[in-house]
Design a binder for this molecule. Structure first.
Ligand code: CP
Length: 342
């Protein structure tokens, strides 16, 4: 990565029109290029340079579940790129009800330039991807992965630790969650090793394990599965966790609390980390459950940078997938535009 130097950006024309279903369809070089583009866009944003690359373009945002970060970061990102984002709240459009998912995908594709969808099931997103003729971006599938979040996490790690390769990342707690799956897939693809600490019933699936090991065979990253949180964090550069539940009934929450309590990230566990380790959480956090306030609010917690960076990474992704037609007049924007057109 070259960090924010637009003149050094790789070409992105090969990404134009593609879906972002998972990040496993992207090469390591393509993913690193997107991180470079995010850094360049963030540097322009910091200097308040206007970046209307996507003037008159529209993103449809389909949500089957509520969202704070995903909704606001995509919408603000499209505004900053000169375009518009439509928020389609849960239950607001026909999606597999009065109309098949395939028909919805075909129709929306005639009306907008890209679709971002948060769906309960990965299979619903797969159907959108199969039938849409504009790029579809995965905004979290509850039962599988959250690749815009975890590429954002990689971008945030790069900002704080200077690399996304050769690191050791620990995921502690609910490793079977979409975030556990997604962090392991993304970081192993980029070249960082993963240690996943969970009770057996909350460990990653054999299917995900096979994918992560295949990524590691290409990138040199290792994967360790353990039921011991101390083992996981002691050599970690980054410690991740995720909310232990979302909309489960109380009895299920109580059972999750019982089995996951030894995996709470608290001061006692943090005492086993090495100096300089960072804490990450995609949020929303359930304070006092998967981590204590002292960890979430600590100087080594980078969760707010992680939340802000959603917008910068997603702007890079939107630009690469939607693309631009011509060089803008503003010379400040031309290096990025050349990369998009190359
Ligand atoms: N991290 C994340 O996706 O947050 P939201 O559910 O608020 O979008």
């Amino acid at each position: 990565m070259t960090v924010s130097d637009p003149a050094a950006l790789p070409g992105f024309a090969a990404l134009r029109g593609r879906h972002y279903f998972t990040d496993q369809e992207y090469t390591r070089e393509e993913l690193l290029g997107l991180l470079d583009l995010a850094a360049a866009l963030k540097a322009l944003y910091r200097r308040r340079v206007r970046t209307p690359f996507l003037a008159d373009r529209t993103l449809a945002m389909i949500f089957e579940h509520p969202s704070t970060r995903t909704r606001i970061s995509f919408e603000a990102g499209m505004t900053e790129l000169g375009g518009h984002a439509q928020y389609l709240r849960p239950g607001e459009i026909h999606l597999g009800g009065h109309e098949t998912v395939a028909d919805t995908a075909r129709v929306i594709s005639r009306l907008v330039d890209a679709i971002m969808a948060r769906t309960a099931y990965h299979a619903t997103l797969a159907e959108l991807v199969a039938h849409a003729t504009v790029p579809v971006i995965n905004g979290l599938t509850d039962d599988y992965d959250h690749p815009v979040q975890t590429m954002t996490d990689a971008f945030t790690i790069y900002e704080h630790l200077g690399t996304v390769q050769g690191l050791t990342c620990a995921f502690v707690g609910k490793c079977a969650d979409a975030m556990g799956t997604s962090v392991a897939m993304t970081m192993s693809r980029l070249g960082s090793s993963m240690v996943m600490a969970a009770p057996p019933e909350e460990q990653m699936t054999p299917e995900v394990e096979a994918l992560v090991r295949a990524n590691g065979a290409q990138s040199g990253a290792s994967l360790t599965l353990t039921d011991d949180a101390v083992t996981a964090v002691k050599d970690a550069d980054v410690v991740f966790t995720v909310g232990w539940w979302w909309m489960q009934p109380e009895d299920e929450k109580n059972e999750l609390r019982r089995i996951l309590r030894p995996y709470q990230v608290n001061e006692e566990l943090w005492a086993h980390t090495k100096p300089g380790a960072k804490f990450m959480h995609c949020l929303p956090a359930i304070r006092g459950e998967e981590m204590t306030d002292a960890i979430l609010d600590a100087p080594f917690s980078i969760v707010l940078d992680e939340a802000e960076n959603r917008k910068h990474f997603q702007k890079a992704l939107l630009l690469a997938l939607i693309g631009i037609a011509e060089l803008p007049a503003d010379p400040e924007l031309q290096p990025i535009a050349r990369a998009l057109l190359t």
